[in-house]
Design a protein around this ligand. Structure first.
Ligand SMILES: [Zn+2]
Length: 189
């Protein structure tokens, strides 16, 4: 078993030309997925009650290079807040069966309205988002071919003489996934 010579690849004849069409150099050029992964990290922090939490943080650059738009927080929040509602509803239903009366009927109606207001939009928006990004494999296939030049802040593809701004690259990638219409709703950070 010999040692792996990592420099050997550079001496191979005909390596792909990764140089940036904008500055003509390749010393600050990295694959888009690598830049994206580098910009993501998990941090542990303590809240004011002394409990530790881990959360994912993303650099503005990694955010800009996302192949798929992130799920907004508030539909998930609606869903989480609305999850106990069916239990209230079942409890109210049970109460209504045991003791038919106007009061429990009001509780039932109230729980239904409350659940419809919280759960309905939450489920609808989450399903809509998942459906919208169902073509993400197509987007990622293009995204993986992107090379980012740190010097110019642009992205290019091997063999394509045009450098793209981050906004243009996002539009191309998201359009390849079938959700290019979401670009305008997710401004670059
Ligand atoms: Zn460049």
């Amino acid at each position: 078993m010999g040692r792996i010579d990592y420099n050997r690849r550079d001496r191979n004849p005909g390596p792909p030309d990764l140089s940036c069409p904008s500055c003509g150099r390749d010393d600050q050029v990295s694959a888009v997925p690598a830049v994206y992964q580098r910009g993501r990290g998990r941090v542990r922090e303590r809240d004011h009650e002394g409990h530790w939490h881990t959360r994912t943080v993303m650099s503005p650059l990694a955010q800009s290079l996302r192949p798929v738009p992130e799920m907004k927080v508030w539909p998930c929040l609606l869903l989480v807040l609305g999850l106990p509602v069916p239990f209230f509803w079942l409890a109210a239903l049970g109460f209504l069966v045991a003791e038919p009366g106007a009061d429990s009927f009001s509780v039932l109606v109230l729980a239904t309205v409350f659940g419809a207001v919280l759960l309905g939009p939450g489920v609808f928006l989450i399903v809509k988002h998942r459906r919208a990004v169902s073509g993400r494999a197509g987007a990622e296939a293009l995204w993986q071919r992107g090379w980012y030049c740190e010097r110019c802040g642009t992205v290019h593809y091997v063999g394509d003489p045009r450098a793209r701004s981050l906004g243009e690259f996002r539009r191309e990638v998201w359009t390849a996934g079938g959700y290019g219409q979401l670009v305008d709703r997710y401004p670059l950070v």
